[in-house]
Design a protein around this ligand. Sequence first.
Ligand SMILES: NC(=O)c1ccc[n+]([C@@H]2O[C@H](COP(=O)([O-])OP(=O)(O)OC[C@H]3O[C@@H](n4cnc5c(N)ncnc54)[C@H](OP(=O)(O)O)[C@@H]3O)[C@@H](O)[C@H]2O)c1
Length: 275
Amino acid sequence: MLRIAITGVSGRMGQSLVKAVDLCEKTQLTVAVCRPESKVCGKDAGEIAGIGASGIRIASDLSAAVEQFDVLIDFTRPETSMAYIDICHRAAKNIVIGTTGYAEQQKAAIAVASQEIPIILAPNMSVGVNLTLKLLQMTAAVMGSDTDIEVIEAHHRNKVDAPSGTALRMGEVIADTLGRSLTECAVYGREGHTGIRDRKTIGFSTIRGGDIVGEHTVMFASDGERVEISHKASSRMTFANGAVKAALWLHGRQNGLYDMQDVLDLKKLLMTTAE
Ligand SMILES: NC(=O)c1ccc[n+]([C@@H]2O[C@H](COP(=O)([O-])OP(=O)(O)OC[C@H]3O[C@@H](n4cnc5c(N)ncnc54)[C@H](OP(=O)(O)O)[C@@H]3O)[C@@H](O)[C@H]2O)c1
């Protein structure tokens, strides 16, 4: 049994992760962590997640529990997660990171830590989204230079970062395929007198509302036709199950920074497609 620690257990993803770890016969929740000020401190992790008593009390200090888990799964906030990553780095523990919204400096610090521990960093853990990234790569290679590319994403009203980490990843994949730099070609939202569209840009539009779990559409539009590639998530369990799959895959790997394309072996699929 792979022993799993989950941080941010009071969160939407934290609760889904507790359920997913419980449902998987190869994993066992051994550590559940919240921030010291969290209302769930000292409560039972299973009860908070709505699956009944698990016998795991939610603690506020991850460093005191490092001997009790093999892999940490973290879906929290960048600032908090950097402290959790530091604890895992010092204790030589594997980490699956689903948190989004990192600054470039934080991403660089994660890359440095991955030289000494295995880390998966993936802004979207769903199998469908990761397959979608492959489809985007193929579409960009065939028609990206001759089309206007727009990324449209929608999420629930409580999401705090925009565009979503997944939308940015989609933009990066397309930009890389076209030999562009996303930093230079991204256009975030439009307002007022924008002038005509420059074909070399990649546009991003963000919608926030209600309880939308996560929807992404990428449009490749030219004169006379357009291709739209969409993914719609209807349950957070898709991300939680992906994170558990990632934790199992990561166990026993060499140090390094991996993503869900590695976990799902999609990089090989790309090579086959390109050949
Ligand atoms: N990679 C993926 O597939 C994927 C999918 C969905 C969401 N996400 C990302 O996962 C993260 C969590 O999403 P969520 O919807 O579960 O969010 P959420 O419901 O707001 O939960 C986040 C939890 O993180 C903890 N936390 C730590 N520091 C915090 C801070 N400064 N402010 C607020 N909460 C803090 C809290 O738990 P405690 O009080 O228990 O510590 C909180 O309940 C986000 O970055 C989101 O974008 C990734």
